[in-house]
Design a protein around this ligand. Structure first.
Ligand code: BES
Ligand code: MN
Ligand code: MN
Length: 472
């Protein structure tokens, strides 16, 4: 195919800009919050909405595939027999919206302000999925076909750890066979600096429950004679990291692959303004493991975080009470070659060791995901680089990210597939936070870049005999 063969597609995309935004609003209106059981029906409604959209733009074999949790939405287009096959992965579930009072406009009434669309899921991940739908629609409208084969696999449990997805991939190996995975679920390095991400951190998420008495106690009558679980919890958590930011769990760093001098040197070349970073976050000072830069801390080093604490009286006024229970949600971000199960056990053992016998301890494992890191000197990544250059007018830089997408390492391990992380979010997109937003210029350029991506990947040729006959 020639490099001018896309003018009709690109013109169609440019003319459809306003319509794209209006349609995206409908997708963003569905509160598909996977963490909250009361939204189970909304997840299904969202899956149905996607299925309808997939059929409308001309994808085939649109199916909701049941899992023990939320359905996976599958669709494909496989009528390019000599071209490679993309396995496109994304997630239609979103994070909870609290604290709701901090949203400028309601999270499920998408609102455009200053060139950004604000809504839960705008960037993570509905907007970035929709960008691909719109690229495909443009091809179908203008050329009646795609230059590549593509299989869509959109899940509804990413934000709660993708716990049914490994099994899903294992049991649908044949249907998911492809040459390369494409994912748009990450931010670019900075506004105006598109990037391709070649590494993600892994994750272990646990809950700690402490109980000190069968019910709350008067802190005057009992204070001093029993342990206070809230205080014990603070003491336990305080032992997780030392003052130089190092995690104190014995064995935690044993499997950590050290950063190479080469990679550290590459990251030092990336544009970064530490003061601006700090100010954008609104932090009085930055903190982190001694001896590492911000990029190194976030992309290349593991960490321990407290995600939430619950204990005792937090209402208005003062109440003299010793709480019966205290709870913490904690998580660890992992880097290659840490194994989630191994780290979870190390953590559990350490918590047992440092928790005094004055309280009852329960540790619950919630979810985990393996870290992922890939060589990025392959033909698919280079194809993605050219597509980004055509959509954004600038070649991408290469970075890792601190976030996690559990299934990416599964694609590598179970299907032997490389992934291309073709993300168009921004560091200030407020994902998981109030006022999540997607830059519409990036969205628009991303639709064009996606159209080029399919053509560029088509040019790479097939790696396998992947397309086959699908029957999910
Ligand atoms: N899209 C993010 C992952 C991400 C974040 C990639 C930042 C690159 C940079 C994804 O939706 C996410 O939030 N994942 C969770 C996974 C967890 C629940 C296992 C995360 O990272 O917390
Ligand atoms: Mn995401
Ligand atoms: Mn997310």
């Amino acid at each position: 195919m020639t490099s001018t063969g896309l003018n009709d597609v690109v013109d169609f995309i440019n003319l459809s800009r306003d319509r794209h935004v209006e349609e995206l609003k409908a997708f963003l209106a569905i509160p598909s919050i996977s963490a909250l059981a009361e939204h189970a029906a909304d997840l299904r409604r969202c899956a149905d909405w996607i299925a309808g959209e997939m059929r409308r733009i001309g994808l085939h074999n649109v199916t909701l595939i049941e899992t023990p949790g939320n359905p996976v939405v599958y669709a494909d287009w496989l009528d390019a027999p000599d071209a490679p096959t993309i396995l496109f992965y994304g997630h239609y579930d979103v994070q909870p919206v609290d604290p709701l009072d901090q949203w400028t406009s309601p999270p499920f009434e998408a609102t455009v302000r200053d060139g950004e669309i604000y809504a839960r899921g705008a960037a993570d991940d509905k907007g970035q999925i929709f960008m691909h739908f719109k690229a495909i629609e443009a091809y179908m409208q203008k050329q009646g076909r795609l230059p590549v084969n593509i299989k869509f696999m959109l899940e509804g449990e990413e934000e709660i750890g993708s716990s049914h997805l490994d099994e899903f991939v294992r049991s649908h190996r044949r249907e998911l066979a492809a040459d390369v995975v494409v994912i748009s679920d990450s931010p670019m390095l900075e506004r105006g600096i598109p990037s391709i991400c070649y590494g993600l951190r892994g994750m272990v998420y646990c809950q700690i429950d402490l109980r000190g008495s069968k019910t709350d106690l008067h802190s005057g009558s009992f204070g001093g004679a029993v342990a206070n679980p809230a205080f014990v919890l603070a003491q336990v958590l305080a032992q997780m990291k030392d003052r130089s930011g190092r995690v104190k769990i014995p064995g935690f760093y044993d499997a950590v692959r050290p950063l190479t001098d080469e990679e550290r040197a590459e990251w030092k070349k990336l544009p970064f303004n530490e003061t601006r970073y700090r100010k954008e976050i609104g932090a009085p000072r930055l903190a982190g493991e001694k001896g590492y830069t911000v990029f190194e801390r976030v992309w290349g080093r593991p960490t321990f975080e407290v995600n939430g604490l619950l204990a005792g009286f937090t209402g208005e006024g003062a109440k003299t009470v010793i709480p019966a229970v205290a709870m913490a949600k904690v998580s660890m971000r992992l880097v290659p070659d840490q194994q989630p199960d191994v780290v979870a056990t190390l953590f559990e053992n350490y918590v047992r060791k440092v928790t005094p016998r004055t309280v009852e301890l329960k540790v619950t494992r919630m979810h985990g995901g393996k870290p992922w890191m890939a060589a990025f000197d392959n033909a698919f990544v280079r194809a993605a680089g050219r597509a980004i250059e055509q959509g954004f007018g600038k070649a991408p830089v290469f970075n890792r990210e601190g976030g996690s997408i559990p299934v990416v390492s599964t694609f590598q391990e179970e299907l032997g597939l490389p992934s291309v992380l073709f993300g168009i979010g921004l560091p200030d997109e407020n994902s998981h936070a109030p006022n999540e937003k997607l830059d519409l210029e990036n969205f628009h350029n991303g639709v064009i870049a996606s159209a080029y991506l399919y053509r560029e990947i088509a040019g790479v040729g097939r790696r396998s005999d992947a397309p086959g006959a699908p029957s999910p």
